[in-house]
Design a protein around this ligand. Structure first.
Ligand code: ZN
Ligand code: ZN
Ligand code: FE
Length: 317
């Protein structure tokens, strides 16, 4: 288990020789249900647990290969956790009350602060993979987090663009995008007092909506209690819209993009949530195939305006 540097793509790869052999769970057994040996006894609404098969560890073993100048390796030091959204096995995030979703947001915030304060954690990445189609084998509603010892490349890229824009214009790039989307209106999915959801002009995925706080904040701890409730409320609405439009429990990848936790200042970064749902229409999968994966260029076979309209018109209850 180690990090290996790809000198061609300039990025770290997490190599875990043993994770590939994760055991299959017995049929009908859920390790995240109350009563399972992993779960502490007593009442709870939300819970964070260490990932039993972590890709990153606080005390990692030494790398399995030697590091040299071309082929660098280093210990896979970090933290992987599971965030259980509710004790109810058959629920989804979309089914939970706004109060319960707010409890999930409070837990995300607490884990961000605790892990982000560790000196070896440079970035806390909170996410959810939902649905068998994404490769999730456990149905119990849960998300995860990876606390990285480096800033991951997609975040790095967003930081580079927003830093450049900030230096050139004195403005937040994300605030300008929000302003522009709210003025154009054609790609807005829904909004409330403190948050807005839209499919950006430059969306990558057919249903790749993004959620932004209207106020310029870099990470969850800067949100007020009221803003966190508004965040929970818009999250629920967006998820209901997905489920209603597709008449199924809609699968997705959902990621939180927050500022790094390496102790440096990132005044130009603006917290947001991004969704990458694997469908392009009912029963039609969106593949990230050769052009996307091998050339890094997105082909969008509709217009974001079309897809935003579908979601805008989809019921949110
Ligand atoms: Zn369960
Ligand atoms: Zn901003
Ligand atoms: Fe982002």
């Amino acid at each position: 288990m180690e990090l290996r540097w790809d000198p061609i793509m300039s990025q770290w790869i997490i190599v875990s020789g043993k994770r590939g052999k994760r055991p299959l769970l017995p049929e009908g057994y859920c390790p995240f249900c109350p009563g399972s040996e992993e779960i502490p006894e007593g009442d709870w609404t939300v819970l964070s647990l260490p990932n039993k098969f972590p890709a990153l560890q606080p005390e990692p073993p030494p790398p399995s290969v030697k590091s040299d100048r071309l082929y660098r390796s280093r210990p896979a030091k970090g933290v992987c956790e599971i965030i259980i959204y509710t004790p109810k096995h058959d629920a989804t995030l979309a089914d939970l009350s706004v109060k319960n979703i707010k409890a999930v947001i409070d837990l995300w915030t607490e884990r961000f602060i605790e892990l982000g304060s560790r000196d070896y954690i440079k970035y806390v990445f909170i996410f959810e993979n939902k649905g068998r189609i994404i490769g999730v084998t456990l149905d119990h509603p849960h998300g995860q987090l990876y606390a990285f010892p480096f800033i991951p490349p997609i975040i790095q890229r967003e930081l580079t663009s927003s830093r450049r824009y900030w230096r050139r214009t004195g403005n937040c790039l994300f605030c300008r995008v929000i302003e522009k989307e709210r003025r154009d209106m054609t790609r807005i999915v829904c909004e409330n007092e403190d948050f807005v959801c839209f499919l950006p002009f430059f969306a990558h995925w057919p249903y790749g909506v993004q959620i932004y706080p209207k106020r310029h904040v870099g990470a969850l701890p800067e949100l007020s209690e009221k803003e966190k409730t508004m965040f929970a409320s818009i999250l629920k609405k967006v998820l209901r819209k997905f489920d209603n439009l597709f008449e199924m429990s809609f699968p997705y990848m959902m990621v939180l993009h927050q500022r790094p936790t390496d102790g440096k200042g990132y005044p130009y970064y603006h917290f947001h949530v991004e969704f990458y749902p694997p469908y392009r229409e009912k029963n039609k999968i969106k593949y990230f195939a050769s052009v996307e994966t091998g050339a890094g260029t997105v082909t969008f076979d509709y217009t974001p305006e079309m897809k935003a309209k579908e979601l805008r018109e989809s019921p949110e209850t």
